[in-house]
Design a protein around this ligand. Structure first.
Ligand code: IVH
Length: 668
């Protein structure tokens, strides 16, 4: 390309900065990238090249200068000792039989034996342990060199920092990092409610989290890991893959939940079928079964092609899908007023349960898929849990299908609607559906956890005029409850006790229950931890909110605005009058945030805060502080002029954090 003129370069730089920042926000804050990494890289490179050719245009705020830029070039490269290979894939049972026959032939008369394991749909990881100590964690990358993601992996609760027993001096452990299916479900529910685009599957969500440069953000995502093999291994290998699993288990590593065994092609096919049924009950998402020859000396003998071992193959399950009729599209009003279109389906059985409804997320999604009422549609479960409409079978149309339009007024209260992001929203604050949803959410397990106050009862109470706002919950009287249908003496007393008990819930539950736009469980915990009381939060400036790591522009503005609204302030006052805990009684509680559980710290050198303060932060988050570095130490916090303890930590390969990394990890 010919060089651009100075003015053309200036306007292109401005444009690129906006585009890149936009995609950065989508990627980091929303975990919903709209372009591929490749496209992103090329935009960033174009910007960097232009800035290089026109140095006067270079500015500090440019995304090319940002510390938290894309991780791709930010993580240090990590070369695997033994490269990470991939697997040959097949959807065909016949090809699996051919694989077994091939192995049988290669083995000649020697006895062979296979394991059949779940193929976990996560992000591949290699952990390097030296003298039992986790010293490095790396993604697969190109198979030879990956990204060093040690700090993020250290925050994953089921990955041991030290192995038990007597592992080899040096061993590479191979496995997958995943987001548990249940966490994925909750995350997407929150995103729908907030009008944010949903994650397509748990793997994308896990990959996004692991690629966070900031370990503190990665730590909050509740990632987990499972291991199925090894790379480098100093000393003698055991005879079989089976033994390797047993050893990994003994060392304290989580391994696959179910490993089946088979000796010939019929039993391999049967085991694949069995795994296909069991996999729906696993905590992680799976997309296949991996068939491996068990004997390690035969594995070595048969070797690999340039990309995959000859001794293993992956059988991929077709995603389970079902055909059914899209009977109608209804519109649900959420607690923040977001209108969510929902597919009403002719009930159909798929991946273990009957599906009659599926969220269609938003209007654009319906248009993109061109779904029409009356269509025959394909259904599957995203991440094996959430029912989703994949597509319409257009060839099955007979002309009677109807195009869906979002209503121009709120289907619950008739007020006007307006668009925010991808979502249409009801503009009224007194909309009945919103009130119902707000109260349901306030009472739910994720918020104030009021047992017995579920959807049905909230509906009854709202219809009876007994609940018009959240604070009315605390004015409910026994006589009024007893007048409701199906409400007995005992249930009424239990409910009133549960309501009473909820007054002393920790502050984060109240914050989450209030319905502040964009605030969910995680951010509510962060806000409570940072501000301690509701009053401190209510008077916080946008700047002080932004100082919290996980709070971005949008959330800071939303929180600030929420506390300016007189209606919200009167709700807060009313809750205060009902003696709810506004944070004052949280201090004595056990830590709700246990992100440093099972960690043992040693502090050394001079910090900007006192050692006692730093120790208090660690203890509050569930960690332990000790005086000297030993094999039990999992982390060292090193300030200025740290001396011998730092040396010793280096020798033992213990992760060392400086003060700013420590603050990020702890959100302090
Ligand atoms: S064995 C040399 N076992 O699937 C063979 N891989 O598509 C190494 N995977 O690269 C892989 N579950 O990231 C193996 N039980 C399992 C697996 C598994 C998931 C991943 C792994 C592999 C990819 C191949």
């Amino acid at each position: 390309m010919p060089p651009l003129s100075e003015s053309a370069a200036k306007s292109r730089v401005k444009e690129l900065r906006e585009i890149v920042s936009h995609h950065n926000r989508l990627y980091y804050d929303k975990d919903a990238p709209e372009i591929s990494d490749l496209e992103f890289d090329s935009l960033l490179r174009e910007l960097a090249d232009l800035e290089k050719a026109h140095p006067d245009l270079l500015e500090e705020g440019s995304p090319t200068q940002a510390v938290g830029g894309r991780p791709l070039e930010e993580f240090a490269p990590a070369k695997h000792i033994v490269p990470m290979q991939s697997l040959d894939n097949t959807y065909s049972p016949d090809e699996v039989r051919e694989f077994v026959n091939r192995i049988q032939k290669l083995a000649e008369n020697r006895r062979i034996h296979f394991t059949i394991e779940p193929k976990v749909d996560g992000v591949a990881i290699s952990l390097l342990y030296e003298n039992g100590q986790l010293v490095r964690a790396a993604t697969r990358g190109d198979g030879t060199t990956g990204d060093d993601v040690t700090q993020n992996v250290m925050t994953i609760a089921n990955i041991p920092h030290r192995l038990h027993d007597t592992p080899p001096d040096q061993v590479e452990i191979r496995g997958e990092i995943y987001l548990p299916k249940s966490v994925f479900e909750q995350l997407n529910q929150e995103r729908d409610e907030e009008g944010l685009p949903a994650f397509a599957n748990p793997r994308n969500a896990a990959a996004g989290s692991l690629k966070q440069l900031d370990p503190a953000i990665a730590a909050r995502r509740k990632l987990a890991a499972v291991f199925y093999g090894t790379g480098a291994w100093s000393g003698d290998l055991p005879p079989s893959g089976h033994d390797v699993f047993a050893m990994m288990k003994k060392w304290g590593l989580p391994v696959s939940e179910k490993i089946l065994e088979a000796g010939d092609s019929d039993s391999v096919i049967e085991a694949i079928r069995e795994m296909g049924e069991m996999r729906h009950g696993f905590v992680y998402d799976t997309d296949g079964a991996v068939i491996k020859l068990d004997n390690l000396s035969l594995r070595r003998e048969f070797g690999s092609t340039s990309k995959a071992p000859r001794w293993a193959i992956a059988y991929k399950y077709e995603p389970e899908r079902a055909q059914t009729k899209l009977l109608d599209i209804t519109v649900q009003v959420g607690r923040t007023g977001v209108l969510t279109p929902v597919a009403e389906l002719l009930p159909v059985f798929v991946s273990g349960s009957t599906v009659a409804r599926a969220t269609l997320h938003n209007e654009e999604e319906i248009q993109r898929k061109d779904l029409r009422i009356g269509d025959t549609v394909l259904i599957e479960k995203a991440g094996e849990v959430i029912p989703a409409v994949v597509e319409a079978l257009k060839e099955r149309r007979d002309g009677s299908e109807k195009i869906f339009h979002m209503p121009s007024t709120c289907p619950s209260c008739g007020s006007g609607v307006h668009k925010e992001g991808v979502a249409w929203k009801c503009t009224s604050h007194s909309c009945h559906a919103q009130i119902r949803r707000r109260i349901e959410y306030f009472a739910s397990r994720q918020a104030m956890d009021i047992e017995g106050l579920g959807e049905a009862l909230v509906g009854q109470l709202v219809d009876a005029g007994l609940l018009q706002s959240i604070s009315d919950i605390y004015t409910l009287k026994k006589d009024a409850l007893l007048a409701l249908e199906r409400m007995g003496e005992k249930s009424a007393s239990n409910l009133l006790t549960a309501i009473d008990e909820s007054r002393s819930r920790p502050l984060w539950r109240l914050l989450n229950g209030l319905g502040i736009p964009h605030v969910g469980v995680t951010s509510a915990r962060d806000l409570a931890q940072h501000f301690h009381t509701l009053d401190a939060l209510a008077s916080a400036t946008e700047e002080s909110l932004l100082a919290i790591h996980s709070i971005g522009d949008v959330m800071a503005a939303a929180i600030h605005k929420w506390f300016q609204n007189p209606q919200n302030l009167s709700l807060v006052e009313s809750l205060r009058n009902h003696a709810l805990n506004f944070g004052e009684s949280d201090e004595a509680r056990t830590p709700s945030d246990n992100r440093l559980a099972n960690t043992t710290w040693v502090l050394t050198g001079t910090l900007s805060i006192s050692r006692e303060e730093a120790s208090e932060i660690i203890r509050r988050l569930g960690g332990k502080v000790t005086g000297s570095v030993s094999k039990k130490t999992t982390h060292v916090l090193a300030g200025e002029e740290a001396g011998s303890k730092l040396e010793k930590a280096r020798e033992l390969g213990i992760p060392i954090l400086d003060e700013s990394a420590f603050r990020e990890l702890c959100g302090a």
